[in-house]
Design a protein. Structure first.
Lengths: 244, 420
């Protein structure tokens, strides 16, 4: 104990604190813990008015949805499937406000793997980008706003945005388009309780059977059609007894 | 449950320590110390078989047998008494006769009557020697000072003297009389089931005053938000499709190829039957399987009934992964709904409860997993729960009435008031 330095003392104290903490870690023995009504059920979106978008923004996003996922005779397009509702609720919620993420500076443009480095959160980005899109159209498309353009012209413009030949003023245009495309796809394919994929239309289109528990009976049955219809977290229409 | 088990272990350890301390004293006072030890050990076993700890040990306290646990009755709550040998607040100052009178006659030393929340109407079937052996064991426990005011009942049930009327109506005192026409093993089973096991306290239907409907003995009753099913040999609603070995295994391990014990029966298995001897469990099985029940004729609901159609869809999507399409589940892990008396019973308490709230089976030394069923109350509406329950009680040979949305709504309300 003659030569105990300050540093050794600190290290030793740290060790004691660490082992204290480790020793206090809970040990489960006997039966696993259990609580009645256990589980953290997902929260279904509430239908009704827009929660983030203004009427104008919503109309623009719905038009975007139908260009990115156009309707066909079997399947509704992005608008009818509810993609704009999905994005609206996402932007009003945790995603829109980057809840749980590090959001302070420095804001330096990073490499792709470093993810978004913007001072704006997705909600702010959408608002700014939709406004910039309308400004762009008004100045370049004869005073028309985005939703007033004919469909083919909208497609051309979106291709240009995607390839980077059109820059929206003050917006990282290419990366916004990537975000938009991803959010549309998520809205189209996510469980209907989140606002999109109305009546599981996207799942019916690709033959995905939904939030089912178990496929063990089918693992070995090749080249056979899976007979059960898709099921959402909220169930499917057949779950509700028909009134007699 | 884990806590309860741990406390039990602590209590046993404490009991053993007290025993070790007490032995020299006993040896000094009584010449036949070996005999005393045998009595105390017998008393310990009977205390387990009679599950005195179920009520007299408060799972939230660390002191065994010191009382205070609230016991639900149809009229309100009665707190179990302190039965440690404490002179002031326990039974330390009681004579053997006073103890015997309390346990087998439901009367206190001052002549007042106990509430039948204390199962003396069953313990009356025990022999005096067995009750005094229990006393001898309890005497070896450390005395705990804990003043319990048992009577928490609302007016007019809080009037103890009114209990003479109850006793007159429903209490038939008298110890068990063996039936010479039956085998020894049957008689041992009858003694354990009707006496110390007090199985009827939960499994026998009750009158509105909480007395046993003796004609319907062991044919099923709802307690503490659970349904304790028919445990006679009834083919449709009881143990008819269980073998003797199935019954004994369930009591020993809390699990068998058909069912898993949960709720009050989980506690009963953990604290009592899992610690009983194989011979005694076989005796219990022999007796129960020899009891005939009355099979009520029922007609099943048509498969194209809208409730059945919706129920089949829900079962396929949510339940069949575990309980399998044919309802047979997985032996020792997932109950066999096709054979389950919970499913077959006309009483839907457990059926609705388990679906709404989920449930966990008991973990025992032999079956330590204690599998649990997830809760579906957040996912299914009342009408959907009614539909899937109707489907289960009308499939695989079961026949039960349609369950209504209203019944489920009520059950959901009742469950909301319970924290278990
Ligand atoms: C189902 C619950 C339950 C079980 C099992 C049970 N008791 Fe009790 N016991 C009670 C309740 C409740 C009271 C208080 C009743 C009252 O005050 O009217 C009580 C009271 C007593 C009393 C009277 C004590 C006093 O000071 O008032 C004795 C003695 C007793 N029990 C012994 C036993 C023994 C021995 C066993 C096991 C063989 C046992 N009990 C099992 C619930 C139970
Ligand atoms: C505290 C109340 C209580 C006591 C005492 C009790 N039981 Fe039970 N018992 C229940 C409940 C509740 C169930 C249903 C458990 C479940 O659904 O998991 C049950 C289930 C059972 C089953 C399984 C029935 C089936 O078809 O699934 C058997 C067998 C059984 N009890 C036997 C006994 C015997 C024998 C005794 C006496 C030694 C006894 N029980 C004492 C409450 C009790
Ligand atoms: C993850 C597996 C799993 C799923 C899915 C599941 N269960 Fe269960 N179920 C269990 C287990 C394990 C038990 C035993 C739990 C207990 O009794 O405490 C059980 C018990 C039951 C019981 C009580 C059986 C008895 O004899 O006491 C019923 C009734 C039941 N389940 C119905 C359902 C219904 C209806 C569904 C679908 C809505 C369902 N289960 C989905 C695992 C599952």
């Amino acid at each position: 104990m003659t030569n105990l330095s300050r540093r050794d003392l600190l290290a030793a104290t740290a060790l004691v604190i660490v082992s204290e903490t480790v020793a206090r870690a809970g040990v489960v023995s006997g039966q696993l813990p259990w609580h009645p009504d256990a589980g953290s059920p997902p929260e279904a979106v509430r239908p009704g008015a827009w929660q983030f978008f203004t009427e104008q923004e919503a109309a623009a996003v719905e038009a975007l949805a139908d260009r990115i996922i156009p309707p066909d005779p079997q399947t509704p397009g992005g608008k009818d499937a509810g993609c704009a509702v999905f994005i609206d609720r996402q932007l009003a919620g945790a995603y829109g406000h980057r809840q749980g993420l590090y959001t302070r500076g420095p804001f330096v443009k990073g490499i792709k793997e470093q993810g978004p480095q913007s001072a704006q959160n997705p909600a702010e980005t959408y608002r700014a980008a939709l406004a910039a899109l309308d400004r762009y159209c008004k100045s370049k498309e004869g005073g028309k706003s985005w939703i007033e353009l004919p469909g083919e012209r909208q497609d051309e413009l979106l291709h240009a945005v995607e390839s980077g030949t059109v820059e929206l003023e003050g917006i990282d245009t290419k990366s916004f388009f990537e975000t938009l495309l991803k959010d549309m796809q998520e809205g189209f394919f996510a469980d209907p309780i989140y606002g999109g994929n109305r009546d599981m239309c996207a799942w019916k289109m690709i033959g995905f059977p939904g939030a089912r528990y178990d496929y063990r009976d089918w693992v070995g049955r090749h080249n056979e059609r899976y007979p059960y219809p898709p099921v959402s977290i909220a169930g499917r229409p057949d779950w509700t007894p028909k009134k007699t | 449950m884990r806590e309860a088990l741990r406390k039990r272990a602590a209590a046993l350890a404490a009991g053993a320590a007290a025993l070790a301390l007490a032995l020299p004293l006993l040896a000094a006072n009584h010449p036949g110390s070996r005999e005393n030890f045998a009595i105390i050990e017998r008393g310990r076993y009977l205390t387990v078989a009679a599950d005195c700890a179920a009520c007299h040990t408060d799972p939230h306290q660390s002191t065994a047998f010191a009382g205070g646990r609230p016991i639900e009755t149809p009229f309100g709550v009665v707190l179990a008494a302190n039965i440690t040998p404490d002179r002031d607040t326990g039974i330390g100052g009681w004579t053997d006769r006073q103890f015997d009178t309390a346990v087998r006659q439901g009367k206190l030393p001052d002549g007042k009557r106990l509430y039948p929340a204390m199962p003396y109407p069953y313990y009356t079937k025990m022999s005096r020697e067995d009750v005094l052996a229990i006393r001898a064991y309890l005497n070896t426990l450390p005395p705990v000072h804990n003043d319990v005011d048992s009577n928490q009942l609302p007016f007019p049930f809080n009037i103890r003297s009114a209990m003479w009327l109850w006793d007159a109506l429903y209490f038939s005192p008298g110890s068990f009389k063996a039936d010479p026409a039956q085998s020894d093993i049957w008689n041992r089973g009858a003694y354990l089931v009707e006496g110390p096991g007090h199985c009827g306290a939960c499994h026998t239907p009750k009158t509105f005053l909480g007395g046993d409907k003796t004609r319907l003995q062991f044919q099923g009753y709802s307690i503490q938000g659970w349904f304790a099913p028919n445990i006679t040999n009834d083919e449709a609603h009881g143990l008819g499709r269980w073998s003797n070995a199935d019954v004994a295994e369930y009591m020993k391990k809390g699990h068998n190829r058909i069912a898993g014990a949960s709720g009050p029966m989980g506690e009963e298995v953990a604290d009592s039957s899992s610690q009983m001897t194989e011979a005694d469990l076989n005796a219990i099985a022999t007796y129960l399987k020899a009891r005939s029940g009355q099979t009520l004729a029922a007609s099943s609901v048509a498969v194209n009934d809208p409730m059945m159609v919706a129920g089949a869809a829900i079962y396929q999507d949510l339940c069949s992964a575990c309980h399998r399409g044919d309802g047979h589940g997985v032996p020792y892990l997932i109950p066999d709904l096709a054979t389950s008396s919970t499913a077959a019973s006309r009483e839907p308490t457990t059926l609705i409860r388990v679906v709404l709230r989920g449930a966990q089976t008991v973990a025992t030394k032999d079956e330590p997993t204690g599998p649990a069923m997830p809760s579906f109350g957040w996912q299914l509406t009342d009408a959907q729960v009614a539909a899937v329950a109707t489907y289960i009680r009308n499939s695989w040979g079961h026949a039960g009435p349609v369950l209504t949305e209203d019944e489920v709504r009520k059950a959901r309300g009742n469950l909301a008031a319970r924290n278990d």
